[in-house]
Design a protein around this ligand. Structure first.
Ligand SMILES: Nc1ncnc2c1ncn2[C@@H]1O[C@H](COP(=O)(O)OP(=O)(O)OP(=O)(O)O)[C@@H](O)[C@H]1O
Ligand SMILES: [Mg+2]
Length: 61
C-alpha cells in the first residue's frame, strides 16, 4: 500500500490515526532513508497513544 503524505502535518496525522488504533503488544517497524519522516510519524503515533512527552527514535543497526 502506498500513501502520499503532502507535508509534515499529514505525516503527523497518519501517526495519530495509527497510534489511536494500536492495541497492547503492537509492534511497528519503520524503514526509510535519512529524513524520510520516521521520527515525525512516531511523534504522531505517540500523540495518538496519549503520550505527551517528546519522543525520539533510537538508531538500530
Ligand atoms: N510528508 C512530509 N512531507 C514533507 N516533509 C515532511 C513530511 N513528513 C515529515 N517531513 C519533514 O521532513 C523532515 C525529516 O523528518 P524526520 O526527522 O521525521 O525524518 P527521519 O526519517 O526521522 O530522519 P532521520 O533518518 O534523520 O532520523 C522534517 O523536517 C519533517 O518535518
Ligand atoms: Mg529520525
Amino acid at each position: 500500500m502506498k500513501i502520499f503524505l503532502a507535508d509534515t502535518e499529514a505525516t503527523l496525522r497518519l501517526g495519530i490515526t495509527l497510534g489511536e488504533s494500536l492495541t497492547p503488544g503492537s509492534v511497528i517497524l519503520l524503514e526509510g532513508d535519512l529524513g524520510a519522516g520516521k521520527t515525525t510519524l512516531v511523534q504522531g503515533i505517540g500523540k495518538g497513544l496519549g503520550i505527551t512527552e517528546l519522543l525520539s527514535v533510537p538508531l538500530l543497526h
